[in-house]
Design a protein around this ligand. Sequence first.
Ligand code: F6P
Length: 369
Amino acid sequence: MEKRRIGVLTGGGDCAGLNSAIKWVVKTALDDRLQKERKIQYEVVGIRDGWKGLVLPEGDVEDRAPRIITLTEEMVRTWDRHGGTNLGTSRTNPYDPKNDRSRIVLGNIERYQIDCLVAIGGEDTLGVAQKLYLDGVKVAGIPKTIDKDLSGTDYTLGFETAVTVITEEIDRLRTTAGSHRRIFVVETMGRHAGWLALEGGESSGAYIILIPEYDFKIEKVSELVAEGRRKGARYEIIVVAEGAKAAGYTEVVKKDGIDSFGHKSLGGIGEFLARWISQLTGIETRSITLSHLQRGGLPCAYDRRMGRYFGIAAVDLIGKEDFGKMVSYRNGEITFVPLREAIGKLNVVDVRTEYDTERYNGRRSILGL
Ligand code: F6P
């Protein structure tokens, strides 16, 4: 029987659901019955720490562990229940124009005898996968990002777990906010897309939701808060995405500079807004940044299931020799799209149909008036 080696890696920010996808790539590729039908015997190797695993030399000082490991069914048996990524991840860009290491990656793919690659990632990781595809590598992509901002798919792994974290943390904040009659501003992740803030805010019943797609007016937020108080609210919860901006201001950054994919490190809009609200309304306002809690912890049932379906579908693509594609979830079905379509433009909230610019909240009409 013909033998082939599949390499699998996770890149970019970690999230829940990655290990489930890895497990199902392994189980589907190694499945006895399927191997006979395909007449191909697969072996699966995990590449450690994303693209970094393919640029760093073996036994690098940072980490003496092997860069690739053979994955067996027994090893991955329980992985769908694990959070984060058991392969490790990094934000390494081998095509960084200031430090192009793509030749090293291509050389290592050959050296490790990897016939095809499954890249599990967001726009950055899958952007690299597309470039490698154009350079002749056989790749399949699996979408993941808690930001849910990839095009070509209605779902990206990690999103639903992150929304659950936001909902649970806000449930906790409500009791303390109410006891003290305070306003709480909750900052979520979401650089360019407001899905996490919007759907997290909707799930938790937030009073105000602020997203990167619509610049908010500080005075209007304060008026809404004051109105809530007049109507008898003891406390209010405001959810703000890290990439949201007040009209006339730029995004709030944690530190200056950009990473190798050109991203700013955002953070601080929650505290910025909390100060303004206290100043304008005189009501005690606190802020909390949920930060990496949203990416941590055990995957919810949905992410375990979607990881499974995406992992299986990625191996189906490999079996069909249909490369340069990303598996996707579209209109209730698992399907696939060209990688270039998934990374071409970001999937952001359509303010016209999904957002109420008067209430600064989710839509109040779904079927139309
Ligand atoms: O992967 C996207 C994301 O969740 C963004 O919303 C956020 O800005 C970023 O990750 C933060 O990642 P890190 O601090 O781990 O680099």
